[in-house]
Design a protein around this ligand. Structure first.
Ligand code: SF4
Ligand code: SF4
Length: 85
């Protein structure tokens, strides 16, 4: 059966943060590796019924994309916001 590919979107100043709960296993690696401690546990549950993650505020993310790169399950997508287009 195909996984439900619905994301929870959080707009921030430098990037849009997307979490795909159907892929997140709640391992916390993204939280560990974020250089600015942006990510916190969310009330939304992931594939194993464990918490997913969400940004704690709108302005501490520097859009480095490390969380997206380290997630072993491709559960995060960072969309950088380009200014001055
Ligand atoms: S893009 Fe970088 S700063 Fe923003 S939440 Fe991910 S790891 Fe943290
Ligand atoms: S988003 Fe990825 S790295 Fe972060 S807790 Fe979920 S599975 Fe782990």
């Amino acid at each position: 059966m195909q996984k439900e590919l619905q994301s929870i979107d959080t707009p921030m100043e430098k990037a849009n943060f997307y979490i795909f709960p159907a892929y997140c296993k709640g391992c916390g690696l993204c939280k560990e590796k974020c250089p600015n401690d942006v990510l916190i546990w969310s009330d939304d549950l992931g594939v194993y019924g464990t918490p997913t993650v969400k940004p704690k505020d709108e302005d501490s993310c520097i859009a480095c994309m490390i969380c997206e790169m380290v997630c072993p399950d491709c559960a995060i997508r960072i969309e950088r916001i380009r200014k001055g287009k």
